[in-house]
Design a binder for this molecule. Structure first.
Ligand code: ZN
Length: 362
């Protein structure tokens, strides 16, 4: 994706920062300038935001490295103005593991807050009256800086533990409910609570802080997506690739021309094609490759086909196929049985299969 700044890797996990993050820095500077702050104060506030997001990265690494213990990889950690997102391959399905992964993030901030607290002179602060307190806290100093960072970490812990998907608290709640109710029912309840809270947040946002509306959106749709995902994956459990395979497919030969493929694309509903030479699968022509080469109709299939493809065995579990498709957008996989091609599977057909399954289950 464009518009991100790559900050490097930690333990093999890419750390990226989204361009909209700069809007947050500009906004903070704007607020400060409007309040009549001097340069030192503005720079200190910007530094505070950067350090806070450093703490957010550590929080996300807490999730990612705990997940790694359960053999779940994390592709990247992305920083957005509203926080960090770690793209875990999936969440562990065992409640105990999910609980640990969800709690690991806030636990990191608890540790940071504890360490910072050691340097905060609470006694001194508490000894001040309200006027003195406001004045002291407004003065730029290292001591105040540490205090603010401490408060920010405490807020991070509290905020993340609100039991609303896709926040950590929602996952903790789901994991706890899963022990008794099973994952599907637990997710339904946790997502319902998340969406209810989202509505409350957006109402509060209307009156107090528009930022809450943004967070409410994030929670509402996150909860919806999570509930759908769990329902979907539960429907394909116990099924194999063969059941959702598209068997009525057109096979291309390496010497077909692009023109012929374009005609095929227009004449039917197939978008991606398997290429075979004799009895061997030699490549895949993806929809985007056809579009890309449509202006050169005389090219041959063998010149435009992708040779880097993954085949799926007919007996592979659909859960595994679902994960493959999620990893690879527009994934299209030839399906083989006893080393012979029997068809292909892609997201559209898998969705069709899930739809039909959900229609037969009340
Ligand atoms: Zn978290």
């Amino acid at each position: 994706m464009k518009g991100v700044l790559n900050l490097g890797r930690v333990a093999g996990i890419k750390i990226e920062i989204h361009w909209t993050f700069s809007l947050l820095l500009i906004w903070v500077a704007f607020i400060e300038v409007k309040a009549g702050a001097d340069l030192t104060r503005i720079l200190l506030n910007e530094l505070l935001i950067l350090l806070l997001f450093g703490c957010v990265v550590l929080h996300e690494l807490g999730h990612a490295l705990t997940a790694k213990k359960f053999n779940i990889e994390t592709k990247k950690i992305m920083l957005l103005p509203i926080g960090g997102v770690a793209s875990l391959e999936k969440m562990p399905e065992k409640p105990g593991q999910e609980l640990l992964v969800a709690l690991a993030g806030p636990a990191v901030n608890v540790v940071i807050a504890f360490l910072l607290a050691l340097a905060v002179p609470f006694k001194y602060y508490f000894g001040l009256n309200a006027t003195e307190m406001t004045e002291v806290l407004y003065t730029p100093s290292l001591q105040n800086f540490i205090f603010y960072l401490f408060i920010a970490n405490v807020m991070l812990v509290l905020f993340n533990l609100i039991p609303a998907f896709p926040m950590d608290g929602g996952r903790v709640l789901r994991a706890l409910l899963s022990y008794r109710l099973g994952r599907v029912e637990a997710t339904r309840i946790a997502a319902g609570i998340g969406q209810t809270l989202a509505v409350v947040f957006s109402l509060l946002g209307l009156f107090y802080n528009p930022f809450l509306i943004l967070i409410a959106f994030f929670i509402f749709f996150g909860a919806y997506a999570e509930n759908q995902m769990v329902k979907r994956t539960s429907l394909i459990k116990g099924h194999i690739a063969k059941e959702a395979t598209l068997t009525n497919i057109t096979i291309l030969s390496p010497v077909h021309s692009v023109q012929e493929v374009v005609d095929l694309l227009l004449a039917g509903t197939e978008k991606d094609f398997v290429v075979m030479d004799q009895d061997e699968i030699v490549g895949i022509v993806a929809h985007k490759d056809i579009v890309k080469h449509a202006r050169t109709p005389s090219l041959l299939v063998k010149e435009i086909m992708g040779k880097n493809f993954t085949t799926v065995d007919a007996t592979t579990s659909l859960t595994q196929v679902y994960e493959m498709i999620n990893r690879e957008k527009n994934g299209f996989f030839p399906v083989v049985e006893d080393k012979k091609l029997i068809g292909a599977i892609d997201q559209v057909n898998l969705s069709e299969f899930i739809l039909l399954k959900s229609a037969t289950i009340p």
